[in-house]
Structure formats: C-alpha cells, structure tokens
Design a binder for this molecule. Structure first.
Ligand code: PLP
Length: 287
C-alpha cells in the first residue's frame, strides 16, 4: 500500500496530495513545521513539539488551525494509516492560500495543514550510530530568527548538500565569532577537553531543539557536568566527544569534524549512553 498524507481535511495517497499554487508556504516559505520521532507508533516528546509549534505560529502571527488535540488525532491517524511503528511524523502549517502579495492577506485565509509519516529502519539507524558520522563546518548564512521553525530552509539545504558531497551527514554552522551555532537539522554538542558537556544556549540564534531539551533532563539526572555555552570550532575539534541531536538523528555520535577525528575516532561512551537512555525514555513502554 502506498503512503497516505493528510492535506486540508482529506486523507489521500501521496500521488493525489496537493496544495494550491498560491499557497504562501509554496510562494514565500510562509509556514512552519514540526517533526516528531515515532516509537512504537507513539509520538516522542509529543508535548514539547506542540509547544514549539504554538510558539512558531505565534511569532509569525499565523492563526492556530485547530486545537493541539485535533492535530494530534490527525497525526496519529496518518501514523496508523502508514503503518509506522518506528519513524517520523511531519506537520506543516502555512498561512494559507491568497493571491501573491508579500504582506499578510486580509482577511486572513484558513491556514493550510499537511501531515505525512514515514517509517525509519531502526536497525540501519543503530548501525549508523554505532559507526558514528562526520560533520563539516560552514559559515552561518541563515536569518536571525532560527528560533522559529519555518520551512525557509535553503541555507540548510545547501549546507547539508555540501556535507553530503564531503562524505559527511551534517553541516555545523559557524557564526562570525567562530562559534558553532547548530547543524542544518540538528543541535550540536561536545564534551570538551575538561570533560564538560556543552551545547549552545537557546538565547542564541538556534532552534530550541525538543530533543535537546529532553536530553538535558537525562544529562541532569545522570549528574554529568554541563554548560549551555557555545563552543568554537577549535574546541570542538579537540573535544573528547561530539554528537548531534534531533527528532531525525535522535542522539548521533560525531567522529569527525572536517578533517579532524574526534577523540579516538569512534563514538564516545557518553554519547552512546545518552542515545540509549534517550530512546529508552522515548519508547511508549518506558517506565
Ligand atoms: N536545529 C535545526 C536547524 C533543526 O532543523 C532541527 C530539527 O529538525 C534541530 C535543531 C533539532 O530539533 P528537534 O530536536 O526539535 O528535532
């Protein structure tokens, strides 16, 4: 059976799932999105993603299309219809359809809502985590509101393509001070030379990663020393460990930054343990 998407009230095969050519998501990337990891058919970090969605919509003054409960039941239905046990659920809300003109349409159109879901091969995901991945560094070229999860992702697309061409899976953006902001679709972490776990603070121009927030809870419960403080590329390259987090990557060890191997060039013990604990906690049968 092919994949099924939800588009503005209809559940349709992907081949028949369309939005209007004057949808402002298509015309202007005037839209926000969320991605949930799905474990055992349930949405991981469910509430955190809905909270961030509400914030993103509010920051852009896009009307809330429906209650979180209604959205949740649509997402769950799409997950079921696509028989996703472990995978990803995607939600996009655009400002809606209106004749092309930059300012907000008045009266406001009904926001467009799209939901899709797909399975992830967890064996392949675990194998990749066991090997570790490479990242490249690249100058920060994004706008100053990366805290809003919009679909305006062209710099991220270009950076991640450059990573792929360099045999890496992620690109870390580096600001004008030489500090890493975050990845193209993940937050960046290191265990620095002093053994302190570090990730950039959310006051900076980064996405407030929901996985990041969840994992900080795990880190605290383990008593690992940590600081929400930016780090330079040099600090990252001389770190004991590095990893990335996100709904797609979960907790993914980084073993190479540009041409430099991190630590022993294999996934570090803390990153591996944090991945296990994060996934354990996200599975619906977690205690
Ligand atoms: N940073 C960026 C730019 C992202 O696109 C993402 C996820 O897509 C993240 C960080 C991680 O966020 P989350 O953990 O909420 O998936």
């Amino acid at each position: 059976m092919g994949r099924i998407a939800y588009v503005n009230g209809r559940y349709a095969p992907h081949s028949e799932a369309f939005v209007h050519i004057e949808d402002r998501g298509f015309q202007f990337a005037d839209s926000v999105y969320e991605v949930w990891a799905v474990f055992g058919g349930s949405l991981a970090d469910e509430v955190g993603h809905f909270e961030r969605l509400a914030r993103s919509l509010g920051e852009l003054r896009i009307p809330v299309p429906m209650t979180a409960a209604a959205l949740k039941s649509i997402i769950q239905r799409v997950v079921r219809l696509n028989r996703v046990s472990d995978g990803l659920a995607y939600l996009q809300v655009t400002r809606g359809v209106a004749p092309r003109d930059h300012p907000f349409p008045n009266p406001a159109p009904r926001p467009s809502v799209v939901v899709t879901a797909k399975s992830v091969d967890m064996r392949a995901s675990e194998a990749r985590a066991a090997r570790g991945v490479a990242v490249i560094t690249t100058p920060e070229t994004r706008w100053a509101r990366c805290d809003i999860k919009t679909t305006g992702l062209l710099p991220n697309v270009l950076a991640k393509q450059a990573a792929r061409e360099a045999g890496a899976v992620e690109a870390w953006f580096v600001d004008e001070l030489g500090l890493v902001t975050e990845g193209g679709s993940s937050n960046a972490w290191i265990i620095d030379a002093d053994g302190v776990l570090r990730t950039r603070d959310i006051q900076s121009n980064i996405l407030r990663g929901v996985t990041r927030r969840s994992l900080l809870g795990v880190v605290q419960s383990l008593g690992i020393p940590f600081e929400e403080r930016g780090f330079s590329v040099e600090e990252a390259k001389s770190a004991k460990e590095a990893f990335i987090t996100g709904a797609g990557s979960l907790v993914l060890p980084v073993i190479r930054i540009d041409e430099t191997l991190i630590g022993a060039g294999t996934p570090g013990p803390v990153a591996k343990r944090l991945r296990e604990l994060y996934i354990e906690g996200a599975r619906p049968n977690a205690a």
